[in-house]
Design a binder for this molecule. Sequence first.
Ligand code: ZN
Length: 154
Amino acid sequence: MNVDNNRVVSITFTLTDGDGKTLDATQPGKPLDYLHGAESLLPALEKALAGKEVGESCKVSIPPREGFGELNPELIQNVPVEAFQGVDRIEPGMAFEAKGPSGEVEQVLVEAVEGDQVRINANHPLAGVTLNFDVTVVAIREADASEIEHGHVH
Ligand code: ZN
């Protein structure tokens, strides 16, 4: 059996950025299960996995435009500290949820606090990052009808 639509695929992977720094990885004995063809993974990653059999590995390098987008400088802004009412202490590394221009909830990261100005970054944490996946297929099975209907693994 190979990786194809409507099959549940178990993979192990290591994800590194363009500098070789590890960003994410599956833990030993805990593969990631996903429903192939349901857009659970980045399209470029699913494409690379299509047709693979159990035991096969592949390396996929995904540029930012096919990953989480380029870094948008307009999403990095200084806002006055008063904008964070109800927060005792603002520190770099804190994350908040904010409503975006079209009402969607987006994650905003505090990058720096300088005086009464807070520099926030609303880019996706992986925007501008090249994603290097080293993936191994460890299991494949047919999805059942309810998994296909729901578009995810049960
Ligand atoms: Zn479900």
